[in-house]
Design a protein around this ligand. Sequence first.
Ligand SMILES: *[C@@H]1O[C@H](CO)[C@@H](O)[C@H](O)[C@H]1NC(C)=O
Ligand SMILES: *[C@@H]1O[C@H](CO)[C@@H](O)[C@H](O)[C@H]1NC(C)=O
Ligand SMILES: *[C@@H]1O[C@H](CO)[C@@H](O)[C@H](O)[C@H]1NC(C)=O
Ligand SMILES: *[C@@H]1O[C@H](CO)[C@@H](O)[C@H](O)[C@H]1NC(C)=O
Ligand SMILES: *[C@@H]1O[C@H](CO)[C@@H](O)[C@H](O)[C@H]1NC(C)=O
Ligand SMILES: *[C@@H]1O[C@H](CO)[C@@H](O)[C@H](O)[C@H]1NC(C)=O
Ligand SMILES: *[C@@H]1O[C@H](CO)[C@@H](O)[C@H](O)[C@H]1NC(C)=O
Ligand SMILES: *[C@@H]1O[C@H](CO)[C@@H](O)[C@H](O)[C@H]1NC(C)=O
Ligand SMILES: *[C@@H]1O[C@H](CO)[C@@H](O)[C@H](O)[C@H]1NC(C)=O
Ligand SMILES: *[C@@H]1O[C@H](CO)[C@@H](O)[C@H](O)[C@H]1NC(C)=O
Ligand SMILES: *[C@@H]1O[C@H](CO)[C@@H](O)[C@H](O)[C@H]1NC(C)=O
Ligand SMILES: *[C@@H]1O[C@H](CO)[C@@H](O)[C@H](O)[C@H]1NC(C)=O
Length: 612
Amino acid sequence: MRSIFITLGAFIPHFLLSEAKANCPLYGPLLPRPTNLLQDPAIKGVAAILDDVFLKYIDNDTSTGSERFSYAVEVFTGSEDKPLWSRYWTAPTLKEFNSSGVTKVDTNTVFRIGSVTKIFTVLTFLATVGDGVWNDPITKYLPEIEEIASKASDSPIFTPDWESITVGSLASQMSGLIRDYALLGELSYQLNLTDLNRMGFPPLPNGSFPPCGTFPTCDREQLYAGLGKLPPSFPPFTTPVYSDIGFVLLSYVAERITGKDFNSLVTDAVLTPLNLSRTFVETPDDSFGIIPGTRRSTTWGYSLDQESATGNMYTSTGDLSSLGRAILRSTLLKPAMTRRWLKPTSFSSDPMAAVGMPWGIRRINLGKNQTYQFVHTFNKIGSLGSYSCLFALIPELDIGFAVLAAGVLPAGIANAIAESLSDTYIPTLSYVARAQANATFAGDYGNPTLLYNTTTTDNNNTTPLNSSLTITIDPTAPGLGVTNWFSNGTDMALLAVALTANISAEYFPQLKPSVRLYPTGLEEKVLSNGGKRVAFKAVFEDLSPPDSSSGSGGSFVTDCATWVGVTAVVYGSRPLDLFVFEFGPDGRVVAVVNEGLRVRLEKKKKPVMPVV
Ligand SMILES: *[C@@H]1O[C@H](CO)[C@@H](O)[C@H](O)[C@H]1NC(C)=O
Ligand SMILES: *[C@@H]1O[C@H](CO)[C@@H](O)[C@H](O)[C@H]1NC(C)=O
Ligand SMILES: *[C@@H]1O[C@H](CO)[C@@H](O)[C@H](O)[C@H]1NC(C)=O
Ligand SMILES: *[C@@H]1O[C@H](CO)[C@@H](O)[C@H](O)[C@H]1NC(C)=O
Ligand SMILES: *[C@@H]1O[C@H](CO)[C@@H](O)[C@H](O)[C@H]1NC(C)=O
Ligand SMILES: *[C@@H]1O[C@H](CO)[C@@H](O)[C@H](O)[C@H]1NC(C)=O
Ligand SMILES: *[C@@H]1O[C@H](CO)[C@@H](O)[C@H](O)[C@H]1NC(C)=O
Ligand SMILES: *[C@@H]1O[C@H](CO)[C@@H](O)[C@H](O)[C@H]1NC(C)=O
Ligand SMILES: *[C@@H]1O[C@H](CO)[C@@H](O)[C@H](O)[C@H]1NC(C)=O
Ligand SMILES: *[C@@H]1O[C@H](CO)[C@@H](O)[C@H](O)[C@H]1NC(C)=O
Ligand SMILES: *[C@@H]1O[C@H](CO)[C@@H](O)[C@H](O)[C@H]1NC(C)=O
Ligand SMILES: *[C@@H]1O[C@H](CO)[C@@H](O)[C@H](O)[C@H]1NC(C)=O
């Protein structure tokens, strides 16, 4: 296998130009998630910079129109109850409206959140029904749809394939259903028929127009009747297609399964347990909200009624941060369900973007010389009338953003704010994670003891084992580096790489072995001493082949598929790539065990620098 690559490599022109290939980490956090962030000087530093930047380039800069919009922004982390950074701006012109809402924006100010409601809808579903029904057809729960399906024409172009539309497809925008029934987009609600006729739209028989939609809103019967008339956009599971109706039907499924209405479901499953006292399905008291105009002109008082699950909700930045922390901490769901939820369902045409439930997902590269190192943002944006909202989670770094804005909003204001937050926090948190990992893990490990009992080997006092390793944190490489890894005098890094890739000894001199460790999320308390054991997975890579990551890559040849090679080497049922760090009760690393080698190596205390 290897020899084929070497031979072919010579014919690839960029072979000669390219550098050694980049490390290919496993997907997931590259280092343990950073903690104690409120105390961290780097985090305090960026908070001060952001204060300055927002003041100068938004609040004080009249060219942004900031006298006419207000915003509330919080950066939160799963490891702290308080935000890492927050900023609240009240439009100087807000008072001119004499509205019954707040006069000053703060963490408790309630905004409309439009489609960010969909996050609450999916979380409510997961917390009450779970994701076990994702592959059930919706007809199983919605007899109204079954009825529609039975009466529908058998034209695949004009009738959705209802039996193949699953509950999960509604949450992931994969149902192929059209976006809305008359809620948005129906021209007869926006323009009068005379004008439409002049614009080239032919006159239609009266019955062609929906009797309800934006206003008046449809009752459930009208909505179902309307659904019976709508053609699909695509067959289910073809391509993600944004559909509000999908979330309406998702709420109907939850109502049918639980026997509760959507408002009670959200309240009982999410709002009450998380104490989100400033979050509402229906319009709350005006005094909680920012209303930059009238209740009508801002849409503050408008209700989507039967379609609430797709966009009716209201919340504050404080509550949105609490929601984000609860997702990152898996407060309401089992951790495995949260991990399933924070994954993509489909590609999109943008190679850096994917679609989840109901997430828009973006891959963000961590920087130069960090080819395969990414974090992922799980986002949802929403807007309605005078309001705009963005909610984002970055699971690898355990942070998220809550952005709410109201007033006369510059296009894309919530995205622009989130962009400046990610530009700031992603590099800073990556830096802090590195610095913390450096302080925690980096160093020399030695003084070996074998962790097995044997009847055949006297392991009392033969020659002492010559085993040791060094953990390093490097400025651009991912994970924890393992260097100088010797097992009883053998260069284990070379051997581990060679065994993993089945490379024969004659090629050893050409190898550039790399051993790097990644967090697995597997850890246990050691009750006897109040410490803990934390498992890492090693990736054994040969970095000597040329870098093929630039350009578009091949159809089959890839530089980065290390997930396939995990635990390719096992010795006596214990993986050679399983490294378990032992922490003392004080949170310091005491030792590391390589389970395949059954050897425990103590962390050497750092030499105390002599005072000169
Ligand atoms: C912002 O504007 C206020 C009022 O015009 C002014 O007092 C303050 O110096 C300005 N600050 C900055 C950083 O420009
Ligand atoms: C708000 O109140 C002031 C003073 O009573 C009045 O001059 C102004 O027209 C009012 N504005 C609106 C939008 O009602
Ligand atoms: C439609 O709107 C036009 C103005 O754009 C107005 O002149 C006309 O009277 C309206 N027609 C109806 C039936 O409301
Ligand atoms: C269609 O609707 C218009 C306006 O509502 C009404 O004047 C007209 O009589 C209706 N035509 C029919 C055929 O129902
Ligand atoms: C719930 O939130 C309110 C304010 O938002 C706060 O006063 C109260 O202490 C919280 N209750 C709990 C149990 O956290
Ligand atoms: C990336 O690597 C190249 C070559 O090793 C080096 O010259 C450059 O400074 C590195 N860039 C960064 C941002 O680390
Ligand atoms: C080895 O044997 C001793 C005594 O039987 C026991 O206490 C210890 O847990 C064993 N260690 C391992 C790693 O099995
Ligand atoms: C190892 O040493 C202990 C005492 O230090 C002794 O009891 C034990 O029998 C020895 N084991 C072997 C296999 O010789
Ligand atoms: C790790 O810490 C050591 C000092 O203990 C420092 O010299 C080194 O630059 C640090 N490395 C990184 C990547 O932070
Ligand atoms: C260490 O290596 C020596 C020399 O090859 C060998 O005799 C001994 O059994 C080894 N010890 C272990 C625990 O593998
Ligand atoms: C331990 O092994 C390393 C690598 O084989 C070797 O360089 C070193 O001299 C050995 N040390 C002892 C004390 O045998
Ligand atoms: C490793 O490669 C050798 C030939 O170099 C082959 O005989 C052997 O089957 C391979 N082992 C595995 C596990 O692929």
